[in-house]
Write a protein that binds this ligand. Structure first.
Ligand code: OSB
Ligand code: MG
Length: 368
């Protein structure tokens, strides 16, 4: 069955509370959703790019543009819905991994729904639920942070990740460790906010028994991360720097990281994400599933991925209500610190029509 076209849909969802990172403060999530339509099947994709190019070079408007002008038209030659054929068909176009990932996700969902196969099974999942962590933004004060962390722990989250930046690192980490004890699984994420000149400062985090420090230095700086890793007891984990299975292999070989955050959007899709999982497993490197404030669509797929055997650390696979009062799918609800892995065909979830209508800012049909 051939693809007849793809609908691009821009949605806007308010966040339950502002989310501050070292690169900015978000109060709403705008996102691009894709609906790949074949003769008798359709599939959903979600593009994780943000409104502005602050996390990486990609942003929503550019993703819509490259999808409409280059990527979707390049699938006109596909003779049937086949997710494995998407990346090769898009390979001539450089970069734009988040846009490519969204398109592959939509085709993959359509293909699996046609076959009646859940995404988790197709990827090689071995669990029917996954342990969940939560990413906690930078706050105005330490007491406010402690209240937020206490709330998440009450909800059952099994691991806490603190966003850090220069001026918000040692003290908040110390306060959380002192208040919640040594048993708490705790890690930090700098989103590239430091330089090698901060090495001695970051080594002060070694006192707090962190699981890892995520992406302290800039995206391109694998050698810098390798040098930093030699000076820290805290394991270095990479997020932004890992854009493919090849870059993961390079980072591991160089000693730039000993743990990898896998985000399918950042690496061009769920199939490349699985290859990164495999490369890391072959090197004995633990992985965990990152998040990009996904709606229920991307969340469903991330939970399926996180059920693969190498995902041995809790991910940023939090419940729908971590960010959204009303998700566009049936909400993912935490049970005993875990989320259930969807077991229906494809993503296993679909948007709720009324909610989708409410959050839609605009739609565009790209015929093939
Ligand atoms: O670096 O992991 C990150 C959100 C947006 C962009 C980058 C990151 C994040 C998060 C939140 O930390 C993850 C989530 O729960 O979706
Ligand atoms: Mg990160």
């Amino acid at each position: 069955m051939k693809l007849t076209g793809v609908e691009l849909r821009r949605v806007r969802l308010p966040l339950v509370a502002p989310f501050r990172t070292s690169f900015g403060t978000q109060t709403e999530r705008t996102a691009l959703l894709l609906r790949a339509v074949g003769a008798d099947a359709e599939g959903w994709g979600e593009c994780v790019a943000m409104a502005d190019p602050l996390y990486s070079s990609e942003y929503e408007g550019a993703c819509a543009d490259v999808l409409r002008r280059f990527l979707i038209p390049a699938l006109g030659g596909l003779r049937r819905l086949d997710a494995a054929a998407v990346a090769p068909a898009l390979a001539p176009f450089k970069g734009h991994r988040m846009a490519k990932a969204a398109l592959e996700m939509a085709v993959l969902d359509a293909e699996l729904r046609t076959r009646g196969e859940p995404l988790a099974r197709a990827l090689g999942a071995v669990h029917d639920r996954v342990p969940c962590g939560v990413s906690v933004g930078i706050m105005d004060s330490v007491p406010e942070l402690l209240d937020a962390v206490a709330g998440y722990l009450d909800e059952g989250y099994l691991r806490i990740k603190l966003k850090i930046e220069p001026g918000w690192d040692i003290e908040p980490v110390r306060a959380v460790r002192e208040r919640f004890g040594d048993e708490l699984l705790l890690q930090v994420d700098a989103n590239t906010a430091y330089t090698l000149a901060d090495t001695r400062h970051l080594a002060r985090l070694d006192a707090f028994g962190l699981l890892l420090i995520e992406q302290p230095l800039e995206e391109e700086d694998l050698l810098g991360h390798a040098q930093l890793a030699r000076s820290l007891a805290t394991p270095v984990c990479l997020d932004e720097s890992i854009t493919s299975a090849r870059s993961a292999a390079a980072a591991i070989t160089l000693g730039a990281c000993s743990i990898v955050n896998i985000k399918p959007g950042r690496v061009g899709g769920y199939l490349e994400a699985r290859r990164i999982h495999d490369v890391c497993a072959a090197h004995g490197v633990p992985v965990w599933c990152g998040g990009m404030l996904e709606t229920g669509l991307g969340r469903a797929a991330n939970v399926a991925l996180a059920a693969l055997p190498g995902f041995t650390l809790p991910g940023d696979t939090s419940a729908s209500d971590r960010f959204y009062r009303t998700d566009i799918t049936d909400p993912f609800v935490l049970a005993d610190g875990h989320l259930p892995v969807p077991d229906s065909p494809g993503l296993g979830v679909v948007p709720l029509p009324e909610v989708l209508e409410e959050v839609t800012v605009g739609t565009e049909w790209i015929p093939l």
